[in-house]
Design a protein around this ligand. Structure first.
Ligand SMILES: Cc1cc2nc3c(=O)[nH]c(=O)nc-3n(C[C@H](O)[C@H](O)[C@H](O)COP(=O)(O)OP(=O)(O)OC[C@H]3O[C@@H](n4cnc5c(N)ncnc54)[C@H](O)[C@@H]3O)c2cc1C
Length: 321
């Protein structure tokens, strides 16, 4: 059975959930083999084995952590040439998509991004489901040239535990001068106050212009904390400076696909929907019954958020007790 390469997303040896999701998708197409760029593979091995990695190709070089995306694309290109995998899967994050694009150029292969599902299609080729135009159109796509490269949206596929050997194989990390063009000089960890990462979170609570101010937006953080959720925001909020830009959800912000997305005081403009429409369950709180967000909401509450959210907080607290 041909290997399917999965580029691991990891931090400090901790395997990110999206990698387990990619391993589950890879097992549908062939034998899952992880590509681990940088140090920390031993620490992550157990989790990779739990989710079905047969092999882990480790390029343990600090260069791979220090030189942004280009070295990862070079590493994958070398492995594609050497192993002739059935496909290469990467996380559909900003970094993953950039690696995918560069890899596609290097290997003269087709690339599919923003896949929300992946199965074996005709002749066993990976058949991706993509949600296009803000989720308004669902497309099924196949790569016809080279090695299929697919960037899969985080949280789109439910990871399924399936034991694998996760046999570690060291591979050389030979970098070209061009790959050393942009180096990471400093890393600053954003203070998240223990909240989950926005793109990985199972629950996201997002606030919009309806919160009225930076002070008013704090109710969104309260609700998020009560639910153990990540905080998101519409562009109206980030543009107004009420909440930092890295939490913006939408076409020009982050793409999320959680189990539950709670949109509070958000109208549901097409550019916002583009980043959250594939959420499994959508709940909206808006005082305008005609707000477009209700067109895609599974549950909707028409009312003033400053009346509805405190009631919701009371109910959550009561149930927790
Ligand atoms: C090229 C481009 C890219 C864009 N990218 C993004 C993007 O990535 N993400 C994004 O979000 N937007 C993006 N936008 C902007 C987008 O078009 C909308 O302007 C924006 O999403 C609106 O944000 P909002 O829903 O918070 O505000 P509004 O559209 O102003 O909606 C506020 C809502 O809150 C409700 N409301 C008000 N007060 C209350 C209350 N007290 N209780 C309950 N409900 C209340 C109102 O009824 C209204 O529905 C982009 C636009 C362009 C042109």
């Amino acid at each position: 059975m041909a290997e399917v390469l999965v580029l691991a997303e990891h931090a400090d040896g901790e395997v990110k959930r999206v990698t387990c999701e990619l391993l589950t998708a890879a097992a549908r197409l062939g034998e899952p083999a992880v590509v681990w760029a940088g140090p920390g593979a031993e620490a992550g091995r157990e989790r990779l084995a739990e989710y079905g990695a047969a092999r882990v190709y480790v390029a343990d070089s600090a260069d791979l952590a220090d030189y942004v995306v280009a070295p990862k694309a070079e590493l994958l290109a070398a492995l594609v040439a050497d192993k002739a995998p059935a496909a290469v899967l990467v996380a559909g994050t900003a970094e993953g998509k950039e690696v995918a694009g560069r890899l596609a150029v290097k290997t003269e292969s087709g690339v599919l991004t923003d896949a929300v599902d992946l199965v074996a299609g005709p002749d066993g080729h990976p058949l991706a489901t993509q949600a296009n135009f803000g989720g308004a159109i669902t497309v099924h796509s196949l790569v016809r040239q080279g090695t299929p490269i697919v960037a899969v949206r985080p949280n789109a596929i439910q990871p399924v535990a399936a034991p694998g050997a996760a046999e570690i194989t060291a591979v050389p990390a030979v970098l070209s001068e061009a790959a050393r063009g942009a180096r990471v000089t400093e890393r600053v960890t954003a203070a998240r106050g223990g909240r989950p990462d926005l793109t990985e979170a199972q629950i996201v609570v997002s606030g919009g212009r309806g919160t009225g101010s930076e002070e008013g937006f704090k109710i969104i953080e309260k609700l998020a904390d009560a639910l153990g959720a990540a905080v998101g925001a519409s562009r109206a909020v980030t543009d107004a400076g009420w909440y930092p830009h890295q939490f913006q959800v939408g076409q020009t912000g982050k793409t999320v696909s959680p189990q539950l997305y709670v949109a509070v005081g958000i109208s549901g403009a097409i550019q916002h929907r583009a980043g959250m429409q594939t959420s499994k369950t959508i709940m909206a709180v808006n005082k305008d019954p005609e707000a477009p967000i209700f067109e895609i909401a599974d549950f909707g509450v028409v009312g003033d958020l400053f009346t509805v959210v405190p009631q919701l907080l009371d109910e959550i607290a009561a149930r927790k007790n």
